[in-house]
Design a protein around this ligand. Structure first.
Ligand SMILES: Cc1cc2nc3c(=O)[nH]c(=O)nc-3n(C[C@H](O)[C@H](O)[C@H](O)COP(=O)(O)O)c2cc1C
Length: 224
């Protein structure tokens, strides 16, 4: 097995993953011969909008107070639900919350349980300080999580392409599910019977530009 030594493969891999989210680019405009495009994009990666978007995305944990336009949130949702899913079952429920009363109200519960977190500099809310949060629900029997992940990455990349930052959130969702005082807020998401909250995606205008965290290229290899 040959370890991948250069980032060109990383780009190729990203290009392939990116092509899974063709509908994301359809939110902009791209189509045609996807396979050929992927190959070309390795050579001309610095001109490929999908690859640039993938490589530029970072988890953002500081946001400006600027609200996210509903049009942009709608576009992000559209890209999300155009993700592939097994047998096109679309095993997800997606809820957008940009209501400060909701976000600040549940953050009060969080602050009560985690006073030290609330004291961190720049702390605005429990969703990594974002003004909007997208909650993703999946079947309570544990199915659909792969599909929900694809939906989320489509949304994160769409947001990135629209000048927005995102952060996937597992910790705050665990808190919401474990803390009884959060129950009314989970209820307000109105997931249908048989669905449970899986994760959330913070969305907002970034107020930081973090460096990429290191990636272990040895985890992706060619089989010779
Ligand atoms: C399933 C999942 C759960 C995550 N949960 C959290 C979280 O609760 N809080 C947080 O700050 N970041 C969370 N992250 C973000 C990761 O820490 C981040 O993606 C990782 O460190 C790589 O950094 P990057 O996104 O900037 O490339 C989560 C990411 C994923 C995919």
């Amino acid at each position: 097995m040959k370890t991948l030594k250069n980032w060109a493969f990383g780009l190729c891999l990203c290009g392939t993953v990116g092509l899974l989210g063709v509908s994301f680019s359809a939110c902009g405009a791209q189509g045609g011969n996807a396979g050929a495009d992927a190959a070309d994009s390795v050579a001309a990666s610095d001109k490929n909008a999908v690859i640039e978007t993938i490589m530029a995305r970072r988890s953002i944990r500081k946001y400006t107070d600027q609200p996210v336009e509903r049009e942009k949130l709608e576009q992000i949702l559209e890209c999300g639900i155009n993700a592939p899913s097994g047998m096109n079952q679309q095993p997800w429920q997606v809820r957008v919350v940009d209501d400060a009363e909701y976000i600040n109200g549940i953050t009060e519960v969080y602050k009560k349980a985690n006073p030290e977190a609330a004291g961190e500099s720049g702390f605005k809310n429990m969703f990594r300080n974002a003004p909007a949060v997208i909650f993703i629900g999946s079947p309570a029997n544990g199915g659909g999580q792969f599909d929900c992940g694809l939906l989320g990455e489509n949304m994160a990349l769409a947001a990135q392409s629209l000048g927005l930052g995102t952060c996937f959130l597992g910790g705050p969702v665990r808190f919401m599910l474990d803390n009884e005082e959060c129950a009314p807020y989970v209820e307000r998401l109105q997931f249908p019977e048989g669905y449970t909250l899986l994760y959330a995606l913070a969305v907002g205008y970034p107020d930081e530009s973090p460096e990429a965290k290191p990636r272990d290229a040895s985890k992706a290899k060619f089989v010779e």
